[in-house]
Ligand binder design. Sequence first.
Ligand SMILES: CCCCC/C=C\C/C=C\C/C=C\CCC(=O)SCCNC(=O)CCNC(=O)[C@H](O)C(C)(C)COP(=O)(O)OP(=O)(O)OC[C@H]1O[C@@H](n2cnc3c(N)ncnc32)[C@H](O)[C@@H]1OP(=O)(O)O
Ligand code: FAD
Length: 648
Amino acid sequence: MNPDICRERENATFNTETLTNMLDGSAEKTRRRREIESLVINDPDFQHDDPNFMSRSERYDAAVKKSSQMIMKLRDYGISDPEEIYFYKRTARRTFHEAFGLHYTMFLPTLYSQCTPEQQKKWLPLAENFKALGTYAQTELGHGTHIRKLETTATYDPSTQEFVLNCPTVSSIKWWPGGLGKTSNHAIVLAQLYTLGKCHGLHAFIVPIRCMKTHQPLPGVTVGDIGPKFGFEEVDNGYLKLENVRIPRENMLMKYAQVEPDGSYLKPPSDKLTYGTMVFIRAMIVGESARALSKSCTIAIRYSAVRHQSELRPGEPEPQILDYQAQQYKLFPLLAAAYAFTFVGQYMSDTYHRITGHINQGDFSQLPELHALAAGLKAFTTWTANAGIEVCRMACGGHGYLCCSGLPDIYVTFTPTCTYEGENTVMMLQTARFLVKCYRQAREGQQLSGTVSYLNEQQRLQPQPVSSRPTVVNINDLASLVEAYKLRAAKLVEVAAKSLQGELQRSISQEDAWNNSSIELVRASDAHCHYVVVELFAAKLSEISDTAVHSVLNTLALLYALHGITLNSGDFLQLSQITQRIKALLVEIRPNAVALVDSFDYNDEMLNSVLGRYDGNVYESMFEWAKRSPLNRTEVRSFIIFNIIQKK
Ligand SMILES: CCCCC/C=C\C/C=C\C/C=C\CCC(=O)SCCNC(=O)CCNC(=O)[C@H](O)C(C)(C)COP(=O)(O)OP(=O)(O)OC[C@H]1O[C@@H](n2cnc3c(N)ncnc32)[C@H](O)[C@@H]1OP(=O)(O)O
Ligand SMILES: Cc1cc2nc3c(=O)[nH]c(=O)nc-3n(C[C@H](O)[C@H](O)[C@H](O)COP(=O)(O)OP(=O)(O)OC[C@H]3O[C@@H](n4cnc5c(N)ncnc54)[C@H](O)[C@@H]3O)c2cc1C
């Protein structure tokens, strides 16, 4: 064990196991998670070479094999709890996505949430036993964001009680769905529903695309892989062109909207229920932001504890780079964000399941807030985590740029979360739409609830414009900082609403007024999400009984909130002493930095990083890894070079 990293662990002021238990929910949950992870770690079937040493085709084949192995092994172990399946899978797939990913994350959830009981009786056994292997085909070449303009059509033929599916133009070809190119034999296809000559907008259909026996494309189906991408090399994101493909009427997902045998259309309680799977994934992505950022912090902080470089004081030995204030200022606010997002991810998941429970009982009243919260927090946390992973990579110097550091793979796998499941700017604008509506309701005296109730509070407290009030902050008190973020959010929502109002008074259209206020609208949503994160971090602290853990997390929460003020100082009165306070907090966190990342409890296999190894022996393992590179399988690789060198 590296002596530096041993010393770091000896210097910690809290018990990492206590914090790990808290993050898992209990000591028993920690035990069980580790037990499941060890099933993968100790399984020779999952000991394979680094995918970075493989070609794209090899990576895809290996991913399919791994997905298949996981299915068999989970059955053999009798593991069926969704959270335990997730622990097993994330250990096996390490930093990469799995070939059957979309089947689990979108195809099955759509069947669960949008099929009638009769349809579930038919399709769930097929899908749960992987006879029907599916994806979620919504995006087209011409449209990803603006789904009301998707062009694929599903036209009902009452004479045969079938839907006829077509991609009428090049721009209507389905493009991007994960697992579509080579893996899936079915797809949930989002298409414009036409019946009795009328268009009823976007609806979901189960479409067989490959023969379940031969896996060959079915008649009228053109399907394939869209080619290499920035990352996601294990995933066959694909294209799908449908030409007069006929499916039975029963293949339209009819939990909410129906087409009768004669073609008559029964509309849903809300036309946004078709968008439900997207809200689910957005909500879950918040937790993924926390995991990607916490992994990156674990790698960068452990490496920073064992890396010695440069000279702090003449004549003294080279210090650990973690002792540089600049290195701490890079990494510790990200560490704080990783903890903040861990708690927000738990809150978002709980809120999603609570509200969808009400929706399943027919209460749709909280759907707008769920949509706004999931959209905003997905954008806010992925933007922060995305940038943070890069900071962690660069904080590791040259070795961070090696694939064996794990950071490039974390980055290329995570970065599309800023785009897929709702491009982040578009999501922030969706949240702003909800905030402006709530602001107007508060002005009219309506009582708001949930995460926007502060808009009532600000109206009641002082009638004058929020923006005219000074932001007075007690920089040592988290509650005071929460208030500052609340006031900032209220101020920026008011600024956005007034910008819209001003544009409208210039008698331009609502749509142009909206577009001309987009900067303020996005800033308002960002401020709202930032307040929600700080508020939830503070609320979590009140649940922690262990004084040592409470103290170290309180320090992180203060750092997160104060650092956020310095990043947005224009919205707060830039309090000169904040920088000094941040420096003092960095010093406070320094002895606990390694223990704080240890508490995330990522085993080496899942971290997949020679820099972030638990034992800190980075150089030895880097050298061993490099020697395994395929280029090193022969001493002389290119005889052309050999001949040139030999040429007299
Ligand atoms: C299980 C573990 C999972 C972990 C996750 C980890 C990894 C990820 C795994 C898989 C993902 C892999 C790949 C990604 C897959 C995809 O990308 S699938 C495709 C995703 N595509 C999108 O997200 C499209 C984005 N665009 C939209 O959602 C919509 O076009 C829009 C931007 C929301 C606009 O919709 P539109 O119908 O035009 O509505 P408009 O803006 O006009 O607003 C009208 C009202 O409707 C409300 N609304 C909009 N959307 C929703 C919704 N989803 N739910 C509820 N309500 C919604 C909106 O608020 C408006 O309400 P008003 O009251 O009128 O203001
Ligand atoms: C790795 C990956 C996996 C994917 N998997 C799937 C999948 O499984 N299934 C699926 O259906 N799709 C999938 N997608 C597609 C993904 O959902 C879309 O790419 C995403 O929704 C963004 O849409 P777009 O590509 O049309 O971007 P665009 O909307 O064209 O974005 C381009 C720019 O336009 C801006 N813009 C667009 N509209 C507005 C607006 N109203 N106001 C202001 N600015 C705007 C955006 O902010 C952005 O800056 C995947 C994509 C990726 C990268």
